[in-house]
Design a protein around this ligand. Structure first.
Ligand code: PBG
Length: 330
């Protein structure tokens, strides 16, 4: 056996041959486009830290959503900014919040497009943390109660899927119970299950002004390491995912994607539920900046990265490249 009977290059001779034996294919169906919404009207303001990304108001978010749907992308993921931050992040569950309004506007304009909402407090709290600060710590259980209120307010506005990104223990249970009790049985939960304390969220924190307050410098609250996962761990990711499924998550997520393909792969081997991977802002800007500097071909690199995330085992890829990729896939 072996060479020359076997020549691996035979199956690479031309593009039809390569298509025939291709194992992983990317489709617009796999993609989710994140959108940033803030209070106001008629807004489409470029986000400084993230190329080709914008702050929309609820009305223009609906216009953008229509474009996303026309490209064959099945879902958007909404992130919100408040008018005013406070200690508890109370605008996060306000009926009149930018996210709640945007959900209503989008569902009215494009009913078939799925609306996923980020459930978290970090853009809404003065501390910039995803949970409540009590006695110098992030208080887990009282945060979960507020997160359930946030998720419920999104469901009431018409969200199809709520996506808690805070990494508190038990939040999926709290949210699932609140949804059941209020007759939102069909609202799905996409849990950011294995979310790492990563450097790659930098551009996003610029976009929603959600970095931990500089007042915490030198304390245990200077970063998110007391709730987001330690970069070095893999087994713990499996435990996090298993717990979220047990608590009622319908879709689980690994985040970031590119530096954690091993985690996506492991999760795929072990769990049967849909797996989402978040190609986060730092991954997005790393590629954009390299392309901008003329160091690599943007479209080629983008498709390579998105395909790699799927090949590792993700069913759903959340990416700021969604529209651009969907255009190429048409
Ligand atoms: C907030 C949240 C973050 C992201 C999504 N939800 C940032 C963070 O945890 O600090 C990051 C998304 C991205 O970088 O694209 N909990």
């Amino acid at each position: 056996m072996g060479f020359p009977k076997i020549r691996m290059r035979r199956l690479r001779t031309n593009s039809s041959m390569r298509r025939l034996v291709r194992q992983t294919s990317l489709s617009a169906d796999d993609l989710v486009e994140p959108l940033f919404v803030r209070p106001g009207e008629g807004l489409k303001e470029p986000i400084e830290s993230m190329a080709d990304c914008y702050h929309f108001s609820p009305d223009t978010a609906a216009e953008e959503a229509a474009e996303v749907a026309a490209l064959g992308i099945p879902a958007v993921l909404l992130f919100g900014l408040p008018n005013k931050k406070d200690e508890k992040g109370s605008e996060a569950w306000s009926e009149k919040g930018a996210v709640q309004q945007a959900v209503r506007e989008i569902k009215k304009a494009v009913p078939e497009l799925l609306v996923i909402t980020d459930v978290c407090l970090c853009a809404y709290t003065e501390s910039g943390h995803c949970g409540l600060v009590k006695n110098g710590k992030i208080d887990n259980d009282s945060t979960c109660e507020l997160l359930a209120k946030v998720a419920l307010s999104h469901a009431q506005a018409g969200a199809d899927i709520v996506a808690p990104s805070d990494m508190m223990d038990g939040r999926v249970k709290y949210i699932r119970e609140a949804l059941e009790e209020n007759d939102f049985k069909d609202v799905a939960i996409m849990a950011y299950s294995a979310k790492y304390a990563s450097s790659f969220y930098g551009p996003f924190r610029g976009a929603v002004d959600s970095a931990p307050s500089p007042a915490f410098a030198g304390t245990g609250l200077a970063d998110r390491k007391s709730y987001q996962m330690d970069v070095s761990n893999s087994d713990q990711a499996m435990q996090e995912i298993a717990l979220d499924i047990e608590e009622g998550a319908d879709i689980i997520m690994v985040k970031p994607a590119l530096p954690y393909l091993d985690i996506i792969y492991r999760a795929r081997q072990r769990f049967d539920c849909p797996i989402a991977a978040y190609n986060v802002s730092g991954e997005y800007m790393m590629l954009n900046s390299a392309a901008q500097a003329g160091l690599l071909d943007k479209e080629f690199a983008m498709m390579e990265v998105l395909t790699a995330i799927k090949r590792a085992g993700a069913d759903i890829v959340i990416t700021y490249f969604a529209k651009e990729a969907a255009k190429l896939l048409k």
